[in-house]
Design a protein around this ligand. Structure first.
Ligand SMILES: Nc1nc2c(ncn2[C@@H]2O[C@H](COP(=O)(O)OP(=O)(O)OP(=O)(O)O)[C@@H](O)[C@H]2O)c(=O)[nH]1
Length: 477
C-alpha cells in the first residue's frame, strides 16, 4: 500500500491519539476505586466501634447487677426491712464498688434523690430514665423472694455520661451526623447525644444499629456519595487539551516535512533536468540530511558522467587531425541553420581548398601533408570568430559557415581571412610552405530544396576560382 505524507501523518496522529486516550482513561479509572473505598470504611465505622463497646459494657453491668440481686444478703435485707441488714449489705456493695452511692428505696417505690450523678450508682429502684443532656446507661435486675414468689425490689446500676460521651466522641464520622437514642415507652426516641451536621437528617441516608442489652440505638445519617463529576471533567479537559496539542504538533510536523521534502525533490528534479541538458550547477540546496548525504555521491557521478559524455561527443564531432568540426557535425549544423531560414535568418558559407596540396604530399611525404592540415585548421580557428562554424569536409577541403551573415558581409569576412591567414606554415622542422588557398562563397536560400544546395553552389564557385588560376575567392552566381 502506498501512503502519501498526509496519510502517514494522519495514521501517526490516530495511533498517538489512541495511546493518549487509553492513558487518560486508565488514569480516570484508577482514580475511582479509591473514593469508593473511603466511603465504605466510613459507613461501617459506627457499627464497628461504638456498638460492640456499649453492648459489651451493658453485658458486664448486667452480670454484676444479677450477682448482687441474687445474693441472699440483698434478698434478706429487702425482705426483713431491717436497718441493720440493709446497712450490712450497703457495706458489702461498697466493698465491691467503692464509688457506689447507695440509696434506700421502698420495695416498689421510686428512688429518692438523684441516683445518676455519680459514675457508678447502686440503687434499689425502678428502671431509671436517662436525661437528654446527661444520660446514663442503667441496667436493672429485680430482687425475687423465692419462698413466696414476689418482686421485693430492684437492683439498678447506671453508668455515668462522661465515659459514654468520650466513646461517642471518638466515633470516626466524615460527612455524617450521628445520634445516640433511647427507646421511650410512651413516645418517640429520646436523643441522648448527637454529633455532626444536623442538616444531614433531612437529606441523607440513615443507618440504624440497635445496641444489644440496652434500650439504646445508634443512628447515623450520611451524605449521599458525591457524584464523581469533577474527575470526569478534569480528565475530559486533559484529554481534549492533549489531543489538541497532538493535532497541532502533527500538523506542524506535516507542514515542515512537506516543505523539506518538496524542496529536496525539486532540487533532485533540477539536478536531473540539468544532467539532461549536459550542465551542472555549483550547488543544489537540500533540507533533509538523508537526501543531502546521498546526493553528494549522485553529484560526483553526474559530474563524471557529463565529463565523459563531453569527451565522447567531442570525439564524435571533431576531426581528429585538424581539430575543427568534422563532416558529420557540419551536416547537423547545416540542417539546424537551414530550418531557421523560414523565420527570416540569413546564413552564408565559404568553402576552402588548399592549392596544390597534392604536391606537398608528393614532395615532403604524407606526414608533411598532415602537418599542413593541422596547421591550417589551427590558423583558421585563430583568425575566425567563435560564432563562425569551421569544419573539415575531407582531404584538404575546409568550410566556414557564417551564421546570421548575408553573402555581401561574408565576402568581406572571406577577404579579411585571406589577408590575415599566415603567408607560410611550417610543415616539419625547417620546412616552410607558402600557403595558398582558393575559396567559393554562397548563401543559404529558404527556397532551396535541401540544405546541401548552398554547399553545391559554393563548390561551383570554388571550381571557378581554381580554374581562374587559384589563390582567390569566387562568389556563387
Ligand atoms: N596528407 C594527407 N593527404 C591527404 C589527406 N586526404 C587527402 N589527401 C590527399 O590530398 C590530395 C588532394 O589533392 P587535390 O585537392 O585533389 O589536388 P591539389 O593538389 O590540391 O590541386 P588543387 O586542388 O587543384 O589545387 C590527394 O592527393 C589526397 O590523396 C590527408 O588526410 N592527409
Amino acid at each position: 500500500m502506498k501512503l502519501s505524507l498526509a496519510h502517514f501523518c494522519l495514521i501517526a496522529f490516530l495511533v498517538l491519539e489512541a495511546i493518549n486516550s487509553a492513558t487518560i482513561y486508565y488514569l480516570h479509572q484508577s482514580s475511582l476505586p479509591h473514593s469508593k473505598q473511603v466511603q465504605s470504611a466510613d459507613q461501617s465505622g459506627a457499627q464497628r466501634i461504638l456498638a460492640p463497646a456499649i453492648s459489651g459494657l451493658a453485658a458486664n453491668m448486667r452480670a454484676t447487677v444479677a450477682r448482687i440481686a441474687q445474693s441472699p444478703q440483698t434478698i434478706n435485707s429487702l425482705k426483713s426491712g431491717s436497718e441493720r441488714e440493709r446497712l450490712a449489705q450497703v457495706g458489702n456493695i461498697h466493698t465491691l464498688f467503692p464509688d457506689a452511692r447507695i440509696q434506700r428505696t421502698l420495695p416498689n417505690g421510686k428512688a429518692g434523690g438523684n441516683a445518676f450523678t455519680q459514675p457508678l450508682s447502686v440503687v434499689y429502684a425502678d428502671m431509671p430514665q436517662g436525661s437528654g443532656s446527661n444520660p446514663a446507661l442503667a441496667i436493672a435486675e429485680p430482687v425475687m423472694d423465692m419462698e413466696n414468689p414476689a418482686i421485693l425490689g430492684f437492683v439498678v446500676i447506671s453508668k455515668g455520661s462522661a465515659e459514654l460521651r468520650s466513646m461517642f466522641e471518638s466515633l470516626q464520622l466524615q460527612d455524617a451526623y450521628a445520634e445516640l437514642q433511647q427507646a421511650n415507652s410512651n413516645g418517640p426516641y429520646n436523643v441522648l447525644m448527637q454529633r455532626g451536621d444536623a442538616r444531614l437528617k433531612t437529606s441523607a441516608f440513615q443507618e440504624l444499629t440497635d445496641l444489644q442489652g440496652t434500650a439504646w440505638r445508634l443512628v447515623v445519617w450520611r451524605a449521599p456519595a458525591k457524584p464523581v463529576t469533577s474527575p470526569v471533567q478534569t480528565h475530559l479537559a486533559a484529554w481534549a487539551l492533549s489531543s489538541l496539542f497532538l493535532a497541532l504538533g502533527m500538523a506542524g510536523l506535516y507542514l515542515a516535512l512537506r516543505k523539506a521534502v518538496k524542496n529536496d525533490i525539486d532540487s533532485l528534479l533540477l539536478f536531473f533536468s540539468d544532467i539532461r541538458h549536459s550542465r551542472l550547477r555549483k550547488a543544489y540546496t537540500f533540507q533533509l540530511k538523508d537526501f543531502e548525504q546521498n546526493f553528494e555521491l549522485m553529484y560526483r557521478l553526474g559530474k563524471l558522467m557529463l565529463g565523459k559524455n563531453k569527451q565522447v561527443n567531442e570525439s564524435a564531432s571533431i576531426d581528429h587531425l585538424s581539430q575543427v568540426n568534422n563532416r558529420r557535425s557540419f551536416d547537423i549544423k547545416q540542417k539546424e541553420l537551414f530550418k531557421t531560414l523560414a523565420e527570416g535568418w540569413t546564413h552564408s558559407l565559404l568553402i576552402i581548398d588548399i592549392d596544390n596540396f597534392k604536391q606537398v604530399n608528393d614532395t615532403f611525404g604524407h606526414d608533411a601533408g598532415d602537418a599542413l592540415i593541422v596547421q591550417f585548421g589551427k590558423a583558421l580557428k585563430e583568425q575566425l570568430r567563435s560564432s563562425d562554424f569551421i569544419a573539415r569536409l575531407g582531404g584538404d577541403e575546409f568550410c566556414v559557415i557564417f551564421p546570421n551573415t548575408p553573402l555581401k558581409k561574408a565576402e568581406e569576412l572571406a577577404g579579411r581571412l585571406r589577408q590575415n591567414l599566415p603567408e607560410e606554415l611550417e610543415l616539419t622542422r625547417g620546412v616552410m610552405h607558402q600557403l595558398r588557398w582558393s575559396g567559393g562563397l554562397s548563401e543559404y536560400k529558404k527556397n532551396d530544396e535541401t540544405e546541401n544546395m548552398a554547399l553545391s553552389r559554393a563548390d561551383s564557385a570554388l571550381l571557378e576560382a581554381k580554374r581562374a588560376g587559384r589563390d582567390q575567392t569566387r562568389m556563387a552566381a
